[in-house]
Ligand binder design. Structure first.
Ligand SMILES: [Fe+2]
Ligand SMILES: [Fe+2]
Length: 381
């Protein structure tokens, strides 16, 4: 390529290089020592010599989470055409128009130009006021959870090692942001008051946000996301709530992140087995039980037994905990038994005709596609 090279002063060039080398040695050795003495040092866990984050490339994590998230990326505008979201690009809008041409007139009328008012009218046709209140109460538990999921995943970003894991987590941050803002519009469309967090949600979510280091993976990706996944799996086949299938798909990917991460960067034996760490995690999980009990009447309005739901959630939490190494298999079996006994004891005390049931075998996720996603996410691989 023909470029007109300029001349530079060779002495200035040499001097600049030498000053940089000297300053580099001073700055880096100072930060090195401060780091070794745990007094600070370099803030970024970044290895500029190898052009990689500390921990290396971890391409497997990048492919499983970052690449997959981008492949499955969905937009609010396409999923909820009645909403205020305008996040589709021209190409996606063209695709939507093309897809619309292949719909029957009736389908097009439902899907194409449904306005916010029409969507609200559809909800009013489908549900009684009591049912709308119950759906919003259940959804709000996870709506507030999405706010925390956004914060927790962002706060985990500096904690995970490798370029692949940071890329994976960055997609989770983006997806949680989308879940929060899309969920708000969906719930507002129901036109009923959106409840505040119950104290159990407050404790559960504050616990996950305040957890130290990789314990956040337990609090958020295992515990809170299993509850979220289960709520989306429960409601995604109800009229007007079809968008929850997309949430469900994202959350299943998020629940798989800890196990995939620990395959590359295993927890130390102390992190896994220390009684203090196990107590901390148990304390984080405890508010989930009264939370589910508190939702008993709302779930009942929709014809769902809270303990079938609790069993379905806790089975998934226990499975993911064991897979990520937070629980030993024998502890997982003991925990499953204990939960089931507690659920049955509560039901014996509150339901006159209760007969023993193994709630831990219940499955409240509906829909073939959702069950297939969960089989995939929970398969031991
Ligand atoms: Fe989410
Ligand atoms: Fe999530």
């Amino acid at each position: 390529m023909e470029l007109n090279k300029l001349t530079v002063n060779p002495r200035a060039e040499k001097l600049n290089l030498e000053v940089e080398r000297l300053a580099n040695r001073l700055v880096r050795s100072k930060d090195d020592w401060l780091g070794r003495l745990h007094l600070g040092g370099r803030a970024a866990q970044y290895d500029d010599v190898h052009y990689e984050f500390i921990g290396g490339a971890a391409d497997a994590l990048r492919k499983k989470h970052y690449d997959k998230s981008l492949r499955l990326l969905w937009k609010g505008e396409a999923a909820l055409p009645w909403s205020s979201f305008r996040d589709c690009n021209e190409y996606e809008r063209e695709l939507m128009d093309l897809a619309e041409k292949n719909l029957s007139d009736e389908e097009r009328a439902v899907r194409a130009r449904i306005t916010s008012a029409e969507f609200k009218a559809q909800l009013d046709r489908e549900y009684t006021l009591e049912q709308k209140r119950a759906i919003v109460a259940i959804l709000s538990a996870i709506g507030h959870g999405e706010a925390y999921a956004w914060l927790v995943s962002a706060s985990l970003l500096p904690e995970v090692k490798s370029t692949g894991a940071k890329a994976a987590l960055t997609m989770q941050i983006l997806e949680e942001a989308k879940h929060f803002v899309v969920m708000r519009e969906l719930m507002q469309a129901f036109g009923v008051e959106i409840p505040r967090q119950s104290v159990w949600e407050y404790l559960l979510l504050e616990g996950a946000l305040k957890a130290k280091g990789l314990d956040k993976f337990f609090g958020m990706n295992v515990l809170v996301e299993s509850i979220a996944l289960s709520i989306f799996g429960l409601l995604s086949n109800m009229p007007g709530l079809e968008v929850l299938r997309l949430f469900h798909l994202d959350e299943s990917r998020h629940t798989a992140l800890p196990a995939n991460y620990f395959k590359e960067f295993p927890l130390s034996r102390w992190q896994r087995r220390s009684p203090i760490a196990r107590m901390r995690r148990l304390k984080m999980a405890l508010p989930a039980l009264p939370l589910i009990m508190l939702l008993e009447s709302e779930l009942a309005v929709l014809g769902i037994d809270a303990f079938d739901f609790a069993g379905s959630v806790m089975r998934k939490v226990t499975h993911l905990s064991a897979r990520a190494g937070f629980l030993q298999p024998e502890e997982a079996a003991a925990q499953t038994k204990l939960f089931n006994q507690a659920f049955n004891a509560y039901c014996r005390a509150t339901r006159p005709s209760h007969r023993y049931k193994n709630f831990m075998e219940s499955e409240t996720t509906t829909g073939e596609a959702e069950l297939a996603v969960e089989r995939d996410a929970f398969a031991l691989s």
